[in-house]
Design a protein around this ligand. Sequence first.
Ligand code: NAP
Length: 454
Amino acid sequence: MIKSVNPYTGKKVNTFETHSPQGTGQIINSVDKTFRTWKNTGFSQRAAFMLNVASLLRNKKEELAKLMAIEMGKVVREGIAEVEKCAWVCEYYAQNAETMLENETIETQYAASFVSYQPLGIILAVMPWNFPFWQVFRFLAPTLMAGNTAVLKHASNVPGCAMAIEELIREAGLPENVFRTLLIGSSQVESVIRHPAIKAVSLTGSTPAGKSVAAIAGSELKKCVLELGGSDPYLILKDAPLEQSAIICATSRLLNAGQSCIAAKRFIVVDEVYAHFLEHFTYQMNEARFGDPCDPEITMGPLARTDLRDELHQQVLDSVKNGAEIVLGGEIPNLKGSFYPPTILENVKPGMPAYDDELFGPVASVIRVKDEAEAVKIANDTPFGLGAAVFTKDTITGSRIAELELDAGCCFVNDFVKSDPRLPFGGVKLSGFGRELSSHGIREFVNIKTVVVK
Ligand code: NAP
């Protein structure tokens, strides 16, 4: 049985029977059978289907946002924006997939030689709960447009969202079994990866889950793309526009109640502007209003699960025990629901969870440094490498740091890191490998085939 629990009320929301190993095998075989016809549909036909999906998503955005709110606590306003972004990625690949995967002629001594991008078969997606629709659609739109079929193992706390996605694809008129949800626990992922019809796997989630899936996929010589955790550094240089930077930093730290892989997590501030930045930043963090995620006045919902909230609080306590100081928050509020308040820690040092680990909630680690060089050194002093941002009025310096000095996959200047269908997205180091979105994402799960004719 897989069930979801409303993190605001603590009440059960949805319960589904899990798929048995035999049932899972039958689904995979059906999706494999559909692959043989789906791969031969043209781009224009697949694009028409994808546009249907986009328009259904737009029609159902309130309903789907409500489902996210009750299964994992996302405020409805953010949920609506998430569903709209899913529609955008479907439209984007409907419009661009054919050009991205066009044959590429290479001049050689042969009569003809070219590169062709052919689909692989069924791709398994293992997905997290924090953006229950976006994470799936940013994988699904390019995967289906490339001519692959797909199965999804979604996080166990959002089964209603997982089933809603399957239903939506069906309702949009795509052939039966082009995409299916597998209602299975993480212990069954291994046998799915080892199924001969599964050709590759894309996992978005924690670094331990990524290592486990990569090891299994590696032992089968199946490709994987891994989008894992992050501890994104935001550098505040001495000429940064402080008030504006503080607004952007707080927005990034608090979006989705801080449960985002690319949320700003460590704020590295040069000495000269430290006090002013902290003042503006504390004001902005304190502006958040937490409560019922379905209430339009509320800006921050509860964390997705009580165990995750308690884990975060323990990281805060362990950091404080080792010398971090609480500027704001840091105490579990006496409210029903798994809430954690916006929290700021300063005097954060190596050896503390707030410095070394990912804090997956609304907790900001503020670190004082003497200058730009030390800011870059501390920014890179992390096992993760997903996103990073630099705040400065000097955009030449900002882009130099972003391009050449920061060890991360997505580096922004004067804005917070966001995923965008047009731009490649992914990390380095323990944040994973491979890219999603843009032309890079759609080429991850294709056979880059060389064809030569004498
Ligand atoms: P998680 O515990 O790793 O779970 C992610 C998915 O992997 C779930 O479907 C989970 O299934 C499954 N899973 C967990 N352990 C597994 C294992 N050993 N073998 C196979 N599957 C396994 O992560 P989460 O708590 O849902 O999400 C938060 C994490 O995801 C954070 O670290 C965050 O930074 C990262 N994330 C990264 C990105 C990115 O784009 N880089 C985006 C969003 C989130 P169950 O739910 O059944 O355990």
